[in-house]
Design a protein. Sequence first.
Length: 263
Amino acid sequence: MAGIFKKMLIAALLVYLPGQTMAWGMLGHRIVGQIADSYLNKKVKKEIRKILGNESIAMASNWPDFVKSDPSYKYLDNWHYVDFERGTSFAQMKSILEKDTSANAYTKLNFLIAELKKGSLSQEKNAMYLKLVIHIVGDLHQPYHVGYHDDRGGNDIKVTWFGSPTNMHTVWDSKIIEYQQLSYTEYAESINFTNPQQRKQIIEGGLVAWLWDSYQITETLYKDVKAGDKLFYRYNFDHVGTLNSQLLKGGVRLAEVLNEIFG
Ligand SMILES: [Zn+2]
């Protein structure tokens, strides 16, 4: 019995163990997916159901993190984030992205959206590409996924969270979210309040504007913390509002992307 329990625990840890570029943890992606679901057009919901079957958007959202354990999906590792130099301006970011041909969250998201729009993919590819879109839009709202090259999106900023050693990337992937002690459905329900005017504002400008929005938040977060900091209640208190707003924007923008692809 104890042996089985230990194996289960190890399996759970392996799933949860934050890799260098692990995304929002499981909860973050599911919250974004759950919120997006509430803003989909009827026709789009139907199309997505044809592709995902009974799997909800929330539950499909984690697949790109799960497959990191399979070496044959190694090529997807760079698809979860896009890093910039410190002090990048909006104009610089725009021009970098326009010329960018490397594999990153921005270039691959554009690729996936274009492929899905064609409507001629095999069922298997449709499902894979859709899960990637759901996941990557979520990732781009975790501020440290639109961070700096030189510290690997906050992975090198070592801090403690309530006494346990971790790093800033992980604090934002999962620590603050888990600290709220809500399920993903409870979480989505507790923050998903928008009116059409606000949603219009959130989606304005498209992908480049969304990345710039995340990057600006990332810059303020970088200023707020240094290696060795001991984070406790106060960090949660100061930042949970930003976290929730990022999750909400992620959901609204994901719905926009899906409505555009399948509408
Ligand atoms: Zn990811």
